[in-house]
Design a protein around this ligand. Structure first.
Ligand code: MLT
Length: 403
């Protein structure tokens, strides 16, 4: 008999976003006349800028001519996109080399795939967390150390509670799901800790373009980070690319462990296991980083942030316990009436026809919490607010038995 990876049996049956979508679809199937409002999975709802699509169309069209036809792209991306990323980082005084940047087809993939570079380790993960860090680490067989992000620590993790040891450390700022964002001092603490303990930080900055406060967008804004951190970035939320697929990771040249270089190892891994992102998509991503593209994409980001603001205001008016942040498309709040996350999910679905994400889906630290996404359509946000305002939960509401 061959060996299978038994670590899979340690995972929940379904990935949380799949589970939510399945329950949503089942409800819709059974209630065809009901209009569901989608504030669940953080998927963009606004169309791409016209000019960006034109650029991609033009490039794709060239593929039917002999002269411009292209086969495999370079595994790690075209220079024109890497140069655009170098310039994008320069705006925040971060100097990257082109060959420290690896173009990929999704931050979610890189988050898990990069575990190929490591043996078994202690992995530090926030609780609640973006579930891909946790699931990928479990699949790889790592020991997981959960650090709680709570009201008491303002949802900002500190390395102070860790023993002096080497860890892989996943950090996400602005955070998914809570929206909390590291300031310079709190992120510097992590960089100093990682350098002292020879740990590696995997810094997910997928939501950096939503930052409004004076906070680091990239971990390399912190002195010493190039000696201890990998950064994962994405065009999904910044440029509306959830359906187009393009992201990148940064592996500084001087990340060496045990005589091995992480930049070379990732290059080797990607060349073997990844065939690159299509040329026309990289052209679209490149436009997103041009000055016109940044402005165009910003319009959508502003709308998403306004959505989050509107729903947050409504919840605050209704006396919900909401985490107030300026830097995130997500709204993190405590379920009313001491409901569990799934009880509130069911209540919202059945009584309000609103879909959100139960906090427990982000780990045990999310129990009794809930997340709404500002990536929803504006009309869904407005309607959700109306429903929440007009249809109050009765104080003695009996929660449904768990489905
Ligand atoms: C979310 O809802 O958190 C998003 O789907 C995250 C992702 O990009 O996978």
């Amino acid at each position: 008999m061959i060996n299978v990876n038994k670590n899979f049996s340690l995972l929940e049956n379904n990935y949380i976003f799949t589970e939510v979508n399945q329950r949503r679809d089942k409800y819709q199937q059974e209630n065809k006349d009901k209009k569901l409002l989608q504030l669940g999975v953080g998927d963009v709802s606004l169309p791409l800028p016209k000019k960006m699509v034109k650029i991609m169309q033009k490039e794709l069209k060239k593929q039917c001519g002999k002269k411009h036809f292209r086969g495999y792209p370079p595994e790690n991306g075209y220079d024109f996109l890497k140069n655009a990323i170098v310039d994008y980082y320069k705006r925040r005084n971060v100097i990257l080399q082109k060959d420290e940047i690896f173009i990929s087809n999704g931050a979610g993939c890189d988050v898990g795939n990069l575990l190929d570079l490591f043996g078994l380790n202690k992995v530090v993960i926030q609780n609640p967390t973006y579930p891909a860090y946790y699931d990928s680490s479990i699949i790889a067989g790592n020991e997981i150390i959960l650090l709680s992000a709570t009201k008491e620590n303002n949802y900002i993790l500190s390395p102070d509670e860790l023993e002096f040891d080497s860890y892989l450390i996943y950090l996400c700022s602005p955070n998914n799901p809570t929206g909390a964002t590291f300031d310079y001092a709190s992120l510097k603490k992590w960089v100093d800790f990682a350098n002292k303990t020879k740990s590696i930080i995997i810094f997910d900055c997928a939501y950096e373009s939503f930052i409004e406060d004076n906070c680091p967008h990239f971990i390399y804004e912190i002195e010493g980070a190039k000696n201890c951190a990998i950064e994962i970035a994405s065009f999904s939320k910044t440029a509306g690319f959830t359906g187009i697929r393009c992201s990148y990771s940064v592996f500084p040249k001087n990340l060496n462990i045990d005589g091995l270089n992480l930049n070379s190892m990732w290059n080797r891994r990607q060349c073997t296991k990844f065939n690159g992102v299509p040329y026309f998509i990289q052209k679209g991503a490149c436009y997103a980083l041009s000055s016109d593209g940044i402005l165009e994409c910003k319009k959508n980001i502003i709308t998403y942030k306004e959505n989050a603001f509107l729903i947050k205001q409504c919840l605050k008016e209704q006396k919900y316990d909401v985490l107030d942040t300026n830097n995130s498309p997500y709204v993190w709040f405590k379920c009313p009436n001491n409901m569990s996350s799934w009880e509130y999910f069911d209540y919202l679905l059945n009584e309000y026809q609103i879909v959100g994400i139960p906090g427990i889906g982000f780990g045990s630290g999310g129990e009794n919490y809930f997340r709404f996404s500002g990536f929803a359509k504006r009309e869904d946000i407005v309607e959700a607010i109306k429903r929440i305002k007009t249809k109050k939960i009765p104080p003695n509401y009996e929660v449904n038995p768990k489905s």
